[in-house]
Design a protein around this ligand. Sequence first.
Ligand code: PEP
Ligand code: MN
Length: 338
Amino acid sequence: MIIVMSHTTNELALKKVTERLEQAGILAHISHGENRTIVGVVGDKSKLNVQAIEAMEEVEKIVHIAAPYKLANKDFHPEPTIIQVGDLTIGGDELVVMAGPCSVENRENLLEIAHIVKKAGAHILRGGAFKPRTSPYSFQGMGEEGLKILAEAREQTGLKIVSEVMDSDNLAMVTEYVDILQLGARNMQNFHLLKEIGKTDKPVLLKRGLSATIEEWLMSAEYIMSQGNHQVILCERGIRTFETYTRNTLDLSAIPVVKHLSHLPVIVDPSHGVGKWRFVSTMAKAGVVAGADGIIVEVHQQPDKAMSDGYQSLNPDNYKALMEDLRQLAPIVGKTLH
Ligand code: PEP
Ligand code: MN
Protein backbone atom coordinates (compact mmCIF):
# COMPACT_ATOMS: atom_id res chain seq x y z
CA MET A 1 0.00 0.00 0.00
CA ILE A 2 1.27 3.46 -0.83
CA ILE A 3 0.14 6.65 0.90
CA VAL A 4 0.39 9.65 -1.38
CA MET A 5 0.77 12.78 0.75
CA SER A 6 -1.01 15.98 -0.25
CA HIS A 7 1.07 18.55 -2.14
CA THR A 8 1.07 20.84 0.91
CA THR A 9 2.63 18.20 3.12
CA ASN A 10 5.39 19.05 5.57
CA GLU A 11 7.47 17.24 8.17
CA LEU A 12 4.77 17.60 10.82
CA ALA A 13 2.15 16.01 8.59
CA LEU A 14 4.49 13.17 7.71
CA LYS A 15 5.11 12.58 11.40
CA LYS A 16 1.38 12.35 12.04
CA VAL A 17 1.01 9.69 9.37
CA THR A 18 4.05 7.66 10.39
CA GLU A 19 2.96 7.74 14.03
CA ARG A 20 -0.36 6.20 13.05
CA LEU A 21 1.49 3.47 11.19
CA GLU A 22 3.83 2.83 14.12
CA GLN A 23 0.88 2.50 16.47
CA ALA A 24 -0.27 -0.39 14.27
CA GLY A 25 3.22 -1.88 14.36
CA ILE A 26 4.08 -0.93 10.76
CA LEU A 27 7.23 0.71 9.48
CA ALA A 28 6.97 3.52 6.98
CA HIS A 29 9.25 3.87 3.96
CA ILE A 30 9.28 7.53 2.98
CA SER A 31 10.28 8.77 -0.49
CA HIS A 32 10.45 12.44 -1.38
CA GLY A 33 9.78 13.14 -5.03
CA GLU A 34 10.04 16.46 -6.81
CA ASN A 35 6.39 17.29 -6.27
CA ARG A 36 5.08 14.62 -3.97
CA THR A 37 6.08 12.62 -0.95
CA ILE A 38 4.91 9.04 -0.76
CA VAL A 39 4.93 6.61 2.14
CA GLY A 40 5.34 2.92 1.40
CA VAL A 41 3.53 0.68 3.87
CA VAL A 42 4.75 -2.90 4.08
CA GLY A 43 3.57 -5.54 6.51
CA ASP A 44 0.46 -6.75 8.24
CA LYS A 45 -2.17 -4.04 7.88
CA SER A 46 -4.90 -5.86 9.77
CA LYS A 47 -4.61 -3.48 12.74
CA LEU A 48 -4.54 -0.40 10.56
CA ASN A 49 -7.63 1.72 9.97
CA VAL A 50 -6.78 2.46 6.36
CA GLN A 51 -9.91 4.51 5.67
CA ALA A 52 -9.19 6.74 8.64
CA ILE A 53 -5.70 7.43 7.29
CA GLU A 54 -7.13 8.23 3.89
CA ALA A 55 -9.46 10.70 5.61
CA MET A 56 -6.54 12.67 7.04
CA GLU A 57 -6.16 16.15 5.62
CA GLU A 58 -2.47 15.55 4.97
CA VAL A 59 -3.20 12.55 2.75
CA GLU A 60 -4.12 12.89 -0.91
CA LYS A 61 -4.96 9.24 -1.57
CA ILE A 62 -4.02 5.66 -0.88
CA VAL A 63 -2.97 3.28 -3.64
CA HIS A 64 -3.42 -0.41 -2.90
CA ILE A 65 -0.86 -2.78 -4.34
CA ALA A 66 -2.02 -6.11 -2.94
CA ALA A 67 -5.57 -7.40 -3.36
CA PRO A 68 -7.75 -7.19 -0.22
CA TYR A 69 -8.57 -10.91 -0.41
CA LYS A 70 -5.83 -13.12 0.95
CA LEU A 71 -7.24 -16.62 1.37
CA ALA A 72 -8.85 -16.58 -2.07
CA ASN A 73 -5.72 -15.08 -3.62
CA LYS A 74 -3.56 -17.15 -5.95
CA ASP A 75 -0.42 -15.29 -4.84
CA PHE A 76 -0.48 -17.11 -1.52
CA HIS A 77 -1.86 -20.40 -2.85
CA PRO A 78 -0.57 -20.99 -6.37
CA GLU A 79 -1.96 -24.54 -6.76
CA PRO A 80 -5.59 -24.81 -7.83
CA THR A 81 -8.01 -25.80 -5.09
CA ILE A 82 -9.58 -29.14 -5.85
CA ILE A 83 -12.81 -29.77 -3.97
CA GLN A 84 -13.76 -33.33 -3.24
CA VAL A 85 -17.48 -34.12 -3.25
CA GLY A 86 -17.66 -37.84 -2.58
CA ASP A 87 -15.92 -39.48 -5.52
CA LEU A 88 -16.12 -36.33 -7.63
CA THR A 89 -13.52 -33.56 -7.86
CA ILE A 90 -14.25 -29.95 -8.76
CA GLY A 91 -11.36 -27.77 -9.91
CA GLY A 92 -9.15 -30.60 -11.14
CA ASP A 93 -9.17 -32.52 -14.42
CA GLU A 94 -12.85 -33.39 -14.40
CA LEU A 95 -15.37 -31.28 -16.27
CA VAL A 96 -18.27 -31.17 -13.84
CA VAL A 97 -21.87 -31.02 -14.98
CA MET A 98 -24.62 -29.83 -12.66
CA ALA A 99 -28.05 -30.09 -14.26
CA GLY A 100 -31.70 -30.10 -13.29
CA PRO A 101 -34.72 -27.86 -13.03
CA CYS A 102 -34.72 -24.34 -11.63
CA SER A 103 -37.09 -25.47 -8.84
CA VAL A 104 -38.14 -28.74 -7.32
CA GLU A 105 -41.80 -28.75 -8.36
CA ASN A 106 -43.06 -32.15 -7.30
CA ARG A 107 -41.66 -35.62 -6.59
CA GLU A 108 -42.60 -37.22 -9.87
CA ASN A 109 -41.07 -34.54 -12.12
CA LEU A 110 -37.91 -34.26 -10.08
CA LEU A 111 -37.23 -38.00 -10.01
CA GLU A 112 -37.89 -38.23 -13.73
CA ILE A 113 -35.55 -35.37 -14.66
CA ALA A 114 -32.89 -36.68 -12.28
CA HIS A 115 -32.78 -39.96 -14.23
CA ILE A 116 -32.74 -38.07 -17.54
CA VAL A 117 -29.78 -35.85 -16.62
CA LYS A 118 -27.92 -38.73 -15.01
CA LYS A 119 -28.31 -40.91 -18.11
CA ALA A 120 -26.86 -38.17 -20.31
CA GLY A 121 -23.86 -37.80 -17.98
CA ALA A 122 -24.52 -35.22 -15.23
CA HIS A 123 -22.69 -35.54 -11.91
CA ILE A 124 -24.75 -33.24 -9.77
CA LEU A 125 -28.49 -32.60 -9.67
CA ARG A 126 -29.57 -29.00 -9.23
CA GLY A 127 -33.00 -27.87 -8.01
CA GLY A 128 -34.15 -25.03 -5.79
CA ALA A 129 -36.30 -25.81 -2.75
CA PHE A 130 -36.09 -22.21 -1.52
CA LYS A 131 -36.51 -19.80 -4.41
CA PRO A 132 -35.50 -16.12 -4.43
CA ARG A 133 -38.28 -14.77 -6.65
CA THR A 134 -38.61 -11.16 -7.75
CA SER A 135 -42.32 -11.25 -6.93
CA PRO A 136 -43.68 -12.43 -3.58
CA TYR A 137 -46.66 -13.85 -5.49
CA SER A 138 -44.51 -16.21 -7.58
CA PHE A 139 -43.83 -19.83 -6.57
CA GLN A 140 -41.48 -19.69 -3.60
CA GLY A 141 -40.31 -23.30 -3.63
CA MET A 142 -41.29 -26.44 -1.75
CA GLY A 143 -39.02 -25.87 1.26
CA GLU A 144 -37.92 -28.92 3.24
CA GLU A 145 -40.27 -31.16 1.28
CA GLY A 146 -38.28 -30.25 -1.84
CA LEU A 147 -35.01 -31.13 -0.11
CA LYS A 148 -36.40 -34.54 0.82
CA ILE A 149 -37.29 -35.16 -2.82
CA LEU A 150 -33.77 -34.17 -3.87
CA ALA A 151 -32.35 -36.60 -1.31
CA GLU A 152 -34.55 -39.34 -2.72
CA ALA A 153 -33.30 -38.54 -6.22
CA ARG A 154 -29.73 -38.86 -4.92
CA GLU A 155 -30.61 -42.28 -3.47
CA GLN A 156 -32.03 -43.44 -6.78
CA THR A 157 -29.42 -42.05 -9.16
CA GLY A 158 -26.20 -41.58 -7.20
CA LEU A 159 -26.12 -37.92 -8.30
CA LYS A 160 -24.85 -35.39 -5.76
CA ILE A 161 -27.21 -32.52 -5.02
CA VAL A 162 -26.81 -28.76 -4.98
CA SER A 163 -29.55 -26.48 -3.67
CA GLU A 164 -29.84 -22.89 -2.56
CA VAL A 165 -29.85 -21.72 1.01
CA MET A 166 -31.48 -18.30 1.34
CA ASP A 167 -31.11 -17.48 5.00
CA SER A 168 -29.25 -18.55 8.10
CA ASP A 169 -32.49 -19.79 9.76
CA ASN A 170 -32.61 -22.65 7.26
CA LEU A 171 -28.88 -23.23 6.96
CA ALA A 172 -28.62 -26.19 9.33
CA MET A 173 -31.56 -27.89 7.65
CA VAL A 174 -30.36 -27.34 4.06
CA THR A 175 -26.84 -28.43 5.05
CA GLU A 176 -28.22 -31.74 6.27
CA TYR A 177 -29.63 -32.63 2.86
CA VAL A 178 -27.28 -31.23 0.22
CA ASP A 179 -23.78 -32.09 -0.97
CA ILE A 180 -23.14 -28.51 -2.09
CA LEU A 181 -24.77 -25.38 -0.69
CA GLN A 182 -25.75 -22.80 -3.29
CA LEU A 183 -25.44 -19.17 -2.25
CA GLY A 184 -27.54 -17.21 -4.71
CA ALA A 185 -26.65 -14.05 -6.61
CA ARG A 186 -29.04 -11.94 -4.54
CA ASN A 187 -27.34 -13.01 -1.33
CA MET A 188 -23.75 -12.63 -2.48
CA GLN A 189 -23.24 -9.75 -0.08
CA ASN A 190 -25.34 -11.10 2.76
CA PHE A 191 -22.32 -11.00 5.03
CA HIS A 192 -24.04 -12.66 7.96
CA LEU A 193 -25.08 -15.63 5.81
CA LEU A 194 -21.61 -15.80 4.25
CA LYS A 195 -20.06 -16.04 7.70
CA GLU A 196 -22.53 -18.68 8.85
CA ILE A 197 -21.84 -20.75 5.72
CA GLY A 198 -18.16 -20.31 6.47
CA LYS A 199 -18.67 -22.17 9.74
CA THR A 200 -20.04 -25.26 7.97
CA ASP A 201 -17.91 -27.91 6.30
CA LYS A 202 -19.96 -28.09 3.09
CA PRO A 203 -18.66 -27.04 -0.32
CA VAL A 204 -20.36 -23.81 -1.42
CA LEU A 205 -21.35 -22.71 -4.92
CA LEU A 206 -20.96 -18.95 -4.61
CA LYS A 207 -22.86 -17.17 -7.34
CA ARG A 208 -21.68 -13.79 -8.52
CA GLY A 209 -24.00 -10.96 -7.48
CA LEU A 210 -26.16 -9.24 -10.08
CA SER A 211 -23.99 -6.14 -10.10
CA ALA A 212 -20.90 -7.37 -8.32
CA THR A 213 -17.38 -6.62 -9.48
CA ILE A 214 -14.91 -9.47 -9.60
CA GLU A 215 -13.20 -8.08 -6.50
CA GLU A 216 -16.48 -7.90 -4.55
CA TRP A 217 -17.20 -11.49 -5.57
CA LEU A 218 -13.79 -12.64 -4.36
CA MET A 219 -14.29 -10.71 -1.13
CA SER A 220 -17.48 -12.72 -0.57
CA ALA A 221 -15.43 -15.89 -1.04
CA GLU A 222 -13.00 -14.42 1.48
CA TYR A 223 -15.85 -13.98 4.00
CA ILE A 224 -16.68 -17.69 3.79
CA MET A 225 -13.03 -18.74 3.90
CA SER A 226 -12.23 -16.44 6.81
CA GLN A 227 -14.51 -18.60 8.96
CA GLY A 228 -12.63 -21.79 8.13
CA ASN A 229 -14.54 -23.19 5.15
CA HIS A 230 -12.17 -23.10 2.18
CA GLN A 231 -14.36 -25.18 -0.14
CA VAL A 232 -15.65 -22.33 -2.26
CA ILE A 233 -16.68 -22.83 -5.89
CA LEU A 234 -17.20 -19.59 -7.79
CA CYS A 235 -20.12 -19.40 -10.22
CA GLU A 236 -20.31 -16.83 -13.02
CA ARG A 237 -24.05 -16.41 -13.76
CA GLY A 238 -24.18 -13.15 -15.67
CA ILE A 239 -24.32 -9.55 -14.56
CA ARG A 240 -26.58 -6.57 -15.18
CA THR A 241 -25.60 -4.41 -18.11
CA PHE A 242 -27.44 -1.99 -20.39
CA GLU A 243 -28.28 -4.88 -22.72
CA THR A 244 -31.87 -6.05 -22.43
CA TYR A 245 -32.09 -8.69 -25.16
CA THR A 246 -30.59 -11.28 -22.84
CA ARG A 247 -31.66 -11.59 -19.18
CA ASN A 248 -28.11 -10.86 -18.02
CA THR A 249 -24.76 -10.51 -19.75
CA LEU A 250 -22.72 -13.63 -19.17
CA ASP A 251 -19.31 -12.24 -18.28
CA LEU A 252 -17.13 -14.82 -19.97
CA SER A 253 -13.99 -12.79 -19.44
CA ALA A 254 -14.53 -13.09 -15.68
CA ILE A 255 -13.64 -16.78 -15.97
CA PRO A 256 -9.99 -16.41 -17.07
CA VAL A 257 -9.65 -13.31 -14.89
CA VAL A 258 -10.79 -15.14 -11.77
CA LYS A 259 -8.61 -18.12 -12.69
CA HIS A 260 -5.70 -15.68 -12.88
CA LEU A 261 -6.48 -14.06 -9.53
CA SER A 262 -7.66 -17.00 -7.48
CA HIS A 263 -7.02 -20.71 -6.96
CA LEU A 264 -10.73 -21.46 -6.49
CA PRO A 265 -12.70 -23.54 -9.03
CA VAL A 266 -15.09 -21.73 -11.38
CA ILE A 267 -18.40 -22.96 -12.75
CA VAL A 268 -20.35 -21.23 -15.51
CA ASP A 269 -24.14 -20.84 -15.39
CA PRO A 270 -25.26 -20.01 -18.94
CA SER A 271 -28.96 -20.44 -18.03
CA HIS A 272 -29.19 -17.38 -15.80
CA GLY A 273 -26.35 -15.83 -17.80
CA VAL A 274 -28.44 -15.40 -20.94
CA GLY A 275 -31.96 -16.29 -19.80
CA LYS A 276 -33.05 -17.73 -23.17
CA TRP A 277 -32.75 -21.45 -23.84
CA ARG A 278 -31.73 -20.89 -27.46
CA PHE A 279 -28.39 -19.46 -26.44
CA VAL A 280 -27.68 -21.59 -23.39
CA SER A 281 -25.76 -24.45 -25.04
CA THR A 282 -23.51 -22.15 -27.04
CA MET A 283 -22.63 -20.15 -23.95
CA ALA A 284 -22.10 -23.29 -21.88
CA LYS A 285 -19.48 -24.41 -24.40
CA ALA A 286 -17.98 -20.92 -24.53
CA GLY A 287 -17.68 -20.98 -20.73
CA VAL A 288 -15.83 -24.28 -20.86
CA VAL A 289 -13.46 -22.94 -23.52
CA ALA A 290 -12.92 -19.86 -21.36
CA GLY A 291 -11.61 -22.16 -18.61
CA ALA A 292 -14.58 -23.07 -16.42
CA ASP A 293 -14.23 -26.25 -14.38
CA GLY A 294 -17.83 -27.15 -15.14
CA ILE A 295 -21.31 -25.94 -15.92
CA ILE A 296 -24.59 -25.60 -14.06
CA VAL A 297 -27.52 -25.73 -16.43
CA GLU A 298 -31.30 -25.72 -16.05
CA VAL A 299 -33.07 -28.67 -17.68
CA HIS A 300 -36.81 -29.37 -17.61
CA GLN A 301 -38.77 -32.15 -19.32
CA GLN A 302 -41.40 -29.61 -20.37
CA PRO A 303 -39.92 -26.11 -20.19
CA ASP A 304 -43.26 -24.56 -21.20
CA LYS A 305 -44.81 -25.99 -18.02
CA ALA A 306 -41.96 -25.13 -15.63
CA MET A 307 -42.91 -23.24 -12.47
CA SER A 308 -39.80 -21.05 -12.75
CA ASP A 309 -37.24 -20.18 -15.41
CA GLY A 310 -38.82 -22.34 -18.13
CA TYR A 311 -37.76 -19.88 -20.84
CA GLN A 312 -34.12 -20.54 -20.05
CA SER A 313 -34.39 -24.30 -19.45
CA LEU A 314 -33.10 -26.83 -21.94
CA ASN A 315 -35.42 -29.68 -22.88
CA PRO A 316 -33.95 -33.20 -22.57
CA ASP A 317 -33.01 -33.43 -26.27
CA ASN A 318 -31.14 -30.13 -26.28
CA TYR A 319 -29.45 -31.08 -23.04
CA LYS A 320 -28.29 -34.42 -24.50
CA ALA A 321 -26.94 -32.65 -27.58
CA LEU A 322 -25.02 -30.26 -25.32
CA MET A 323 -23.54 -33.19 -23.40
CA GLU A 324 -22.36 -34.78 -26.64
CA ASP A 325 -20.66 -31.55 -27.66
CA LEU A 326 -19.06 -31.21 -24.22
CA ARG A 327 -17.70 -34.73 -24.50
CA GLN A 328 -15.87 -33.70 -27.66
CA LEU A 329 -14.76 -30.41 -26.16
CA ALA A 330 -13.46 -31.70 -22.84
CA PRO A 331 -10.17 -33.24 -24.07
CA ILE A 332 -9.44 -30.13 -26.15
CA VAL A 333 -9.46 -28.00 -22.98
CA GLY A 334 -7.53 -30.61 -21.00
CA LYS A 335 -10.51 -31.97 -19.08
CA THR A 336 -12.17 -35.34 -18.80
CA LEU A 337 -15.93 -35.83 -18.85
CA HIS A 338 -17.14 -39.14 -17.49
C1 PEP B 1 -31.00 -20.41 -9.57
O1 PEP B 1 -29.93 -21.05 -9.66
O2 PEP B 1 -32.11 -20.86 -9.87
C2 PEP B 1 -30.91 -18.98 -9.16
C3 PEP B 1 -31.94 -18.36 -8.60
O3 PEP B 1 -29.72 -18.44 -9.47
P1 PEP B 1 -29.14 -16.93 -9.24
O4 PEP B 1 -28.96 -16.79 -7.77
O5 PEP B 1 -27.84 -16.97 -9.99
O6 PEP B 1 -30.12 -15.98 -9.82
MN1 MN C 1 -33.41 -20.48 -12.00
